[in-house]
Design a protein around this ligand. Sequence first.
Ligand SMILES: Nc1ncnc2c1ncn2[C@@H]1O[C@H](COP(=O)(O)OP(=O)(O)OP(=O)(O)O)[C@@H](O)[C@H]1O
Ligand SMILES: [Mg+2]
Length: 173
Amino acid sequence: MTKFLDKTLFLEDEKATTELATNIAAALENLFGGVNSFSKDNSNESVIVYLLGDLGAGKSFLSRALIQYFLPEQKVKSPTYTLVETYSVEGIAPFAIHHFDLYRLCDPEELEYLAIRDLLAHKSLNLVEWPSKGKGVMPEADLVIELQHLDAGRNVQLSAQSDVGQVIIDSMS
Ligand SMILES: Nc1ncnc2c1ncn2[C@@H]1O[C@H](COP(=O)(O)OP(=O)(O)OP(=O)(O)O)[C@@H](O)[C@H]1O
Ligand SMILES: [Mg+2]
């Protein structure tokens, strides 16, 4: 089995979390539209990012910063009740961002009501908070980002779970 990369960082404050988001988003942008981008044949590819961590660990904060890298003026709503909020990124290589919060999902099968297969059939970045609630229906992650409280800041571990995830970690500065 291929061994994928891990990267661990300490984020001392919100600014460091925002900088991490910028770094990850730039790597994703490269993947979606740049030299390492999906080939034409593969243009429906969706990237799945799991965000793990306790309540208040910073999953939504990081998601908002990732979304606002692509859409700076965008108001980012909490998907807690709607389960998913979708944003469109225009440009030469347009794609959708689906921001999921599955905390209130009772049964993974409920994801079918969100037409999850259709959402993921198109080129998209999928940010998934509480992916454990969608186990079996939500596809496995390309990249797992785990946040933990540490002193007044956060510890973050990035783990690649696929070649795409590895490309993202590799192309981070
Ligand atoms: N590196 C950091 N150091 C200290 N505080 C941070 C850091 N990064 C983010 N925060 C703060 O942590 C809080 C995290 O809240 P957030 O809503 O993102 O948590 P969450 O993981 O989404 O929780 P929930 O599971 O309840 O949705 C925010 O108020 C944010 O300002
Ligand atoms: Mg949240």
